[in-house]
Design a protein around this ligand. Structure first.
Ligand SMILES: [Zn+2]
Length: 236
């Protein structure tokens, strides 16, 4: 998949966010010395995938905050709009609305075609992990938002996993192809996870790429239908 530098995207993003109702920038350019003084030190180019779109949920400060610690984990979720839009559960606008309605957020959303949307930049913490525990370590108790990059896959799990949201007769009406995850999603997710791990020096293994259901006892995603071996090398 074609890659491009995030620097360009970030620059674009800054321009775009600056356009969103913000007062116009002064027309005169700042002195060159000032530009040099504020320029960040050169870093290794960061790549994102062509499908990644800067699509921040409302104001970036909504449902996210400036990251306090470097991310140590990647957390995988699934989501859909099936509760309010049973006949169109993977409609992008409906799915996106579920985040703002619930006042939560996520760094990335991968749709059924494998297109990746960025809702919250990686230098901010998203509200996706909620309450839970990890490794019996107090550091992570109810605080995994601070230590993880969150990725939502548009998808639905088994009836048991969905029973908190749907009656059985409803679940039975869901087309088979809408359950679980698509090949395109696995391919995009594998690329995205590998890229995140490389940039943040997170080991690409099952100790560091974890499910929401492994952290939070009340959560069932990504669930039994998710095939970890398709995103983590070396798993059976
Ligand atoms: Zn989740």
């Amino acid at each position: 998949m074609k890659k491009r530098e995030i620097g360009i995207l970030l620059l674009l993003c800054l321009v775009l966010t600056g356009c969103a109702g913000a007062p116009a920038e002064p027309a005169t350019e700042p002195p060159v010395t000032e530009v040099i003084a504020t320029e960040p030190p050169p870093t290794e180019p960061i790549t994102v995938y062509e499908g990644a779109i800067e699509d921040y949920l409302g104001e970036i400060t909504d449902f996210s905050w400036e990251q306090e610690y470097p991310p140590e984990y990647v957390m995988i979720h699934f989501c859909s709009a099936v509760v309010n839009h049973f006949d169109d559960p993977y409609n992008y606008d409906y799915v996106r609305q579920t985040f703002t309605d619930a006042e939560v957020s996520i760094h990335y959303l991968v749709d059924r075609d494998g297109q990746i949307f960025c809702f919250i930049p990686e230098d901010r913490s998203a509200w996706h992990a909620g309450y839970g525990t990890w490794l019996d370590d107090e550091k992570y108790t109810n605080k995994m938002n601070k230590y993880s990059i969150g990725i939502e896959l548009m998808g639905m799990g088994t009836y048991e996993e969905m029973s908190g949201y749907l009656h059985k007769w409803q679940y039975k009406k869901i087309p088979q192809e809408d359950l679980g995850f698509t090949d395109a999603q696995y391919e995009a997710l594998a690329d995205l996870v590998a890229d995140i791990c490389r940039r943040h020096e997170i080991p690409l293994d099952r100790d560091h790429i974890i499910g929401h259901d492994e952290f939070s006892p009340k959560k069932r995603d990504p669930g039994e239908l998710f095939d970890w071996s398709r995103i983590i090398p070396g798993l059976e």
